[in-house]
Design a binder for this molecule. Structure first.
Ligand SMILES: N[C@@H](CCC(=O)N[C@@H](CS)C(=O)NCC(=O)O)C(=O)O
Length: 217
């Protein structure tokens, strides 16, 4: 399999974690987002939405959208599972994953920030305030939903990592890039620590990717 990825992309990072948790080997095809590689005609042919990740399967089919890719992987390679067995728990995991994937990330995506900068002339400092605002709002809800919930375990749901953890760890990485103080989210930080202790999460770290500057992989 080939993963079209950018080392710092949080959506690609989610997918790398899921691939690693499933023990699936993949080749990274770097798409340098700040250099606009995603808008090149060759990549547009892979993903007309001009975003990473895209996962090219061995049969040539291309999967798009990190959550759809992770759910595909979970259906085709069910062990270890990325979703709990009980429908009510599955709904809970999907809901918290969506806080990040549907409600935080789209507001802070590169093209949104570029639009502010290029079309409206919004200065960097204000763009950063915008990013931190939406992460804080989403993380406050995420923390409230997890703290003291009986289903929260070592990870977001129970004692196995799920789709929610695959989304959470990259979003925390992104929050730190924007200089956020995360002390108000102790449950999220505790879960992040548990995740990072797993080789699958460790190997997916941005700095360990082949396209990372001075990468250590
Ligand atoms: N909902 C999509 C989001 C994909 C996405 O927007 N990826 C970002 C990087 S994290 C991207 O490629 N941005 C390129 C751009 O904004 O031009 C997913 O979960 O895969």
């Amino acid at each position: 399999m080939k993963l079209y990825s950018y080392f710092r992309s949080s959506a690609a990072y989610r997918t790398r974690i899921a691939l690693n948790l499933k023990g699936l080997a993949f080749e990274t095809v770097p798409i340098h987002l700040p250099k606009d590689d995603q808008h090149a005609p060759e990549f547009r042919a892979v993903n007309p939405q001009e975003r990473v990740p895209a996962l090219a399967l061995e049969n040539g089919e291309v999967l798009l959208q990190s959550l759809a890719i992770m759910e595909y992987l979970d259906e085709v390679y069910p062990d270890p599972p990325l979703l709990p067995k009980e429908p009510i728990e599955r709904a809970r995991v999907r809901a918290v994953a969506d806080i990040i994937a549907c409600d935080i990330h789209p507001l802070n995506n590169l093209r949104v920030l570029q639009y502010f900068e290029r079309d409206w002339g919004v200065p960097q400092a204000e763009r950063d305030v915008w990013v931190r605002h939406w992460i804080s709002e989403g993380f406050a809800a995420f923390e409230a939903l997890l703290q003291d919930h009986p289903s929260t375990g070592a990870f977001c749901d129970g004692d196995l990592p799920t789709l929610a953890d695959c989304c959470l760890v990259p979003q925390i990485y992104n929050a730190r890039r924007f200089g956020m103080d995360l002390a108000a989210y102790p449950t999220l930080l505790r879960i992040e620590q548990a995740c990072q202790a797993l080789p699958a999460f460790d190997a997916a770290r941005p700095e360990k990717q082949p396209d990372a500057p001075n990468q250590t992989a």
